[in-house]
Design a protein around this ligand. Sequence first.
Ligand code: FES
Length: 119
Amino acid sequence: MPRFDYQIFVCTNARDADHPRGCCDPAKQAALLRAFKSKVAARALPKVIRVNQAGCLDQCEHGPAVVVYPEAVWYGGVNESDIDEIIQSHLAEGRPVERLRIADSCLNTRACPHKPRPA
Ligand code: FES
């Protein structure tokens, strides 16, 4: 099997509504994941693309979170209405969707101003 041209991880982690970090799938329906899978399949791009369900990607404050490899482009606040743009711009044309990117200053750092602070 050829390697994947793109592998997309979509967070479907769900937490209780009062959790301080929130979560990417409060409705617990995996709707974003299912929409990604169906839209990527429907486009039938001439690339090997895999959409995977992911647990918490530790970007909860920026969710719904999605990461696209091999470039490790992190997207936040992704809605179903954004999927077509991600497919066309990023997967088809190789141009990540800048408006959805999580800032490098927020990725995997305690300095992210969006993370809850201990009381
Ligand atoms: S719950 Fe989605 S990144 Fe943490």
